[in-house]
Design a protein around this ligand. Structure first.
Ligand code: GDP
Length: 297
């Protein structure tokens, strides 16, 4: 199927409509149908699409068509503004502790790219924020996670703290925190365990770690490719933990940003980073305005 951008589709929908002046409700409904279809095709959550279209309709109806714009451009502008509002009005940074040690706790289901993101954020904090970073291997559930984190640490040139798979995650976190204080690190990233599904044991462990660390940042990794399910997963984590930001991974497989849009609007937690590949440099700070452009096409 040929890729048709949302703005192209709206122009197309306007082609049959002649005359200037106010958009009629009928014309508007034709255009809103295109908006709805386009978002659903991008795998945006159904409830999110419904609310979104209702808000666009409310704003658009009755508005005078400006001289310099044709009606489709006006709708595109309203859609763009709505998207921007949904995605967040400004960039979100990591929260840095001005008095010393900044802590970042990672959370997320297994396979979402949490360990990979820990390495990428370590690289980012070292290079961009000029921090002395420590990675703490507190995922003692997935057998290869500790080795993986050590390899990533080596690759990006930051220290990795581990007590091996036989010590609990909470104890590892406790000692990792002490180690960072004693060794002059100023930013610590805790890679935590995931599970294949959200379960209470996972949440209990994460909450214990939250109480122990009092993290400045709790970043939830969500996989953009999981479609509609991304919303349920993010909601479960957000209900139980004080999530401060999202890391949306595998954006290389979600060209139209449907997953990101859904999760952002349901949790109202800001997206801090997006990851678009497996390599350590494939991490970007999230810019809502650029994402709005990408969705509009
Ligand atoms: P964890 O279980 O959440 O710690 O997941 P991992 O960090 O081990 O990642 C699971 C798989 O996803 C690995 O094969 C990663 O290389 C891959 N991965 C992670 N992030 C991305 C991404 O942004 N894009 C793609 N295509 N793959 C990714």
């Amino acid at each position: 199927m040929a890729f048709e951008s949302l703005s192209e589709r709206l122009s197309q929908a306007m082609k049959n409509i002649t005359g200037q002046g106010k958009l009629t409700e009928k014309n508007m409904n034709d255009m809103l149908k295109e908006v709805r279809m386009s978002l659903l095709e991008a795998d945006v959550n159904y409830g999110v699409v419904k609310d979104f279209v209702a808000r666009v309709k409310e704003k658009a109806l009755g508005q005078e068509v400006m001289e310099s714009l044709n009606p489709s451009q006006m709708v595109v502008k309203i859609v763009r503004d709505e998207l921007q509002e949904l995605l967040g009005s400004s960039d979100t940074e990591l929260t840095l502790n001005p008095d010393g040690l900044t802590t970042v706790m990672m959370a997320g289901l297994q396979g979402t790219g949490k360990t990979t993101a820990s390495g990428k954020i370590a690289r980012y904090a070292k290079q961009k924020l000029k921090k002395k970073v420590l990675l703490v291997a507190a995922d003692v559930v997935r057998p290869a996670a500790i080795d993986q984190l050590q390899t990533l640490g080596q690759q990006v040139g930051v220290d990795v703290f581990t007590l091996g798979p036989d010590v609990t995650a909470v104890e590892t976190a406790r000692q990792g925190l002490d180690y960072a204080r004693e060794n002059g690190h100023d930013l610590v990233i805790f890679d935590t365990a995931g599970r294949l599904h959200v379960d209470q044991a996972l949440m209990d462990e994460l909450r214990q770690m939250e109480e122990l660390i009092h993290p400045d940042n709790i970043l939830l990794t969500v996989d953009a490719m999981t479609g509609q399910d991304i919303v349920n997963v993010a909601k479960s984590f957000d209900d139980q933990l004080d999530i401060t930001g999202l890391v949306v991974t595998k954006m290389d497989g979600d060209a139209r940003g449907g997953g990101l849009l859904s999760v952002r609007s349901i949790t109202s937690v800001p997206v801090v980073f997006v990851s678009g590949g497996e390599k350590m440099e494939d991490l970007e700070q999230f810019h809502p305005d650029r994402m709005a452009d990408r969705i509009l096409g």
